[in-house]
Ligand binder design. Structure first.
Ligand code: ZN
Length: 639
């Protein structure tokens, strides 16, 4: 069996249709074929031509200008800065060599695009770059900027990596008996260390590689998925890794794959990449600060970035020679995805829900549940237990405003432990609305930890937010995250001033389960005063301080720089239900009941203890289909 020469065929088709094409290079870039040309007219017709040839070749074609005909980036930037009128409010100019585009960020894009588009034409003809003019993001994200720089640094290495990946993807499929298996490596009948292996006679694909929510004294690698199982070894033999979203219980140990021999691609959305890097780097920082070892270094995170392949929602991509995937909005956090896997040519389809929210939230649309085909569906079950009651976003809103009003009435302040990603932004939006609609008194809302940085990443990817929020964010003066009520806390001195202040305030601080982080400073200062309130808005895992307090501990012993001190719990302990990024039982059932088409078999994962098993029994009786809750280390054959 020989490799099909797609590159040669692509060139031959161009020569036939467009003999004077001045093509210089034809190469793979992951699943796509990239054609570089020095002919500007060929480039200007790129979309029509690419579509036509893709149909004939059955491969996606991208036509780019040869870098030799383009003005170098630095010179182009200087020229563009000179061409653009001052009143347009130019913010930034950066180059996306992958697409031959120059991105121009400005306050008033319409001044640049203009009615007669003369500025655009001038930029194009003098630099040969294609200008894309966008409104400057309203908030500055350090992570997004660093990521852009990192990708520029890795440009040449990524080009080689993606070319070699393309060769592998176009290798002929091994004939013979077809089979498909799913192996539970982590996060099955538990919450944490999510890892599921999908293997076929042609490929091995790992979905997620998370860590357990670490508790005090525990070494992080004790909470690793069962990666040493023969099915996953050696790691270098895995063909692809897919990441559903950035939370550490899904992404936290992905960098160790690159430490222990994996060199292949990881598929994810752009915000998932940025948020995962933010959370992983913070995880290393916190581990060292607490005198613990980290199972990987920042160089392994960089390696992950180098090997990342970015997908959009609803875009289908070959990830191995017999499998293609499509990401769909999962409604859980920024960039979170459900993964649709199409195996073989029409052979079999699996959908893995990832963490999922089937309700429109302040941030996102409800999870997508229409798929081309689904034979097996794997669903999470975090809140699918018998005793998990339904709480909506409006329940959450009234509970939180009620707690704040009661606390302010007695002259106290409100402390809310939050995850930097997801819950923080939901709570910020609800507080902004409550103050705007005068449901609670005006007060300062302090954001401590990585909250503002995570929020800025949200603002950098408006296309992943629901329409209302997206539109608000882009209008000056209406962006709720930019409201003057929010104040970023940067130093320990500021923290002390907030703790000692006479007037009531609201503090959002990490970590969300009170396993350390700035939230602890406020807590130590306010815990013995009954006028203040501590409000939980998210899941508190077994073994965390948050869980102990929520369960009603009267007194806590905390270590203060080596000294053990006792703290009586006198501040009011409250919970505002309904902010969850997960669907509860009722919502999950509605999500499956309205799914199109109906799955033939359901696998249940991502639930504490008996929850997954009980939920699988419920699904079986409700929908009359096979439903299984695998245990970690178990394998099921699907085909
Ligand atoms: Zn999650």
């Amino acid at each position: 069996m020989s490799f099909k020469d797609y590159l040669g065929e692509a060139r031959a088709i161009f020569d036939r249709l467009y003999p004077d094409n001045r093509i210089t290079t034809v190469e793979y870039e992951g699943p796509n074929i990239i054609v570089y040309t020095k002919d500007e007219t060929l480039f200007s017709k790129r979309d029509d031509l690419a579509r036509q040839i893709a149909q004939e070749l059955r491969r996606r074609i991208v036509i780019r200008p040869d870098p030799e005909i383009m003005l170098p980036e630095d010179d182009s930037k200087k020229l563009i800065e000179k061409i653009i009128p001052e009143k347009a409010g130019l913010h930034d100019v950066y180059f996306e060599s992958d697409t031959g585009e120059v991105v121009i960020e400005a306050d008033e894009p319409s001044i640049i695009t203009g009615r007669d588009s003369s500025i655009i034409r001038e930029i194009k003809s003098s630099t040969k770059w294609s200008p894309r003019v966008v409104r400057a993001p309203p908030m500055h994200s350090r992570t997004v900027k660093e990521m852009r720089e990192l990708l520029r640094e890795f440009k040449q290495e990524r080009r080689e990596f993606l070319h070699n990946l393309g060769i592998k993807l176009n290798a002929p499929v091994m004939e013979g008996e077809s089979w498909i298996r799913v192996t539970a490596l982590g996060g099955h009948r538990e919450v944490g260390r999510s890892a599921t292996l999908v293997s076929t006679n042609n490929s091995r694909i790992l979905v997620d590689c998370g860590m357990l929510n670490t508790t005090e004294g525990e070494q992080p690698w004790e909470g690793a998925p069962y990666l040493y199982l023969p099915e996953a070894q050696p790691l270098s033999s895995l063909d692809a890794v897919v990441l559903t979203h950035a939370h550490l219980d899904h992404s936290g140990l992905l960098p160790i794959l690159y430490k222990y021999g994996y060199e292949g691609p990881v598929y994810m959305t752009a915000p998932t990449r940025d948020l995962a890097v933010l959370l992983q780097n913070d995880y290393i920082k916190v581990a060292y600060a607490e005198g613990k070892k980290s199972p990987y270094d920042s160089k392994h995170i960089r390696e992950m970035v180098k090997k990342s392949v970015i997908l959009k929602y609803n875009e289908t991509t070959d990830i191995t020679r017999d499998t293609r995937i499509t990401f769909y909005n999962a409604g859980h956090i920024l960039g979170s995805a459900s993964v649709h896997m199409h195996i073989g040519e029409g052979l079999y389809n699996i959908v893995l829900s990832g963490d999922v929210k089937f309700e429109k939230s302040w941030l996102f649309n409800a999870a997508h549940n229409r798929f081309p085909r689904v034979e097996t569906f794997m669903t999470e079950s975090t809140y699918a237990g018998r005793d998990d009651y339904a709480h909506t976003r409006s329940d959450a809103y009234s509970a939180l405003t009620d707690i704040i009003n009661r606390t302010f009435d007695r002259g106290g302040s409100v402390l809310i432990p939050v995850f930097a990603v997801g819950r923080s932004q939901e709570v910020m939006l609800s507080l902004e609305q409550a103050m705007r609609e005068k449901q609670i008194p005006e007060a300062r809302v302090y954001c401590d930890g990585m909250i503002m940085e995570a929020t800025a990443i949200h603002a950098a990817y408006p296309e992943f937010l629901n329409r209302e929020l997206r539109e608000k964010i882009m209008v000056k003066g209406e962006n709720p995250f930019m409201s003057p009520i929010f104040k970023r806390v940067e130093s320990s001195d500021e923290r002390k001033d907030i703790c000692d202040a006479a007037e009531s305030s609201i503090v959002l601080a990490t970590s969300g389960m009170m396993n350390g982080g700035p939230v602890m400073e406020y807590f130590r200062s306010w815990v013995d005063n009954p006028k203040h309130s501590l409000v939980f808005v998210g899941y508190q895992a077994e073994g965390t301080l948050g869980r102990r307090i929520q369960r009603g501990s009267q007194e806590l012993t905390l270590s203060d720089g080596g000294r053990i001190n006792r703290y009586p719990v006198k501040m009011a302990i409250e919970t505002a239900e309904g902010f969850s990024g997960h669907s509860d039982k009722k919502q999950l059932i509605a999500y499956i009941a309205t799914m199109q088409p109906k799955p033939h078999r359901i696998l249940v994962n991502h639930g504490d203890g008996e929850k997954s098993y009980e939920f699988s029994k419920l699904l079986h009786s409700k929908f009359g289909v096979e439903a299984v809750a695998l245990k970690n280390l178990e394998t099921i054959r699907l085909y």
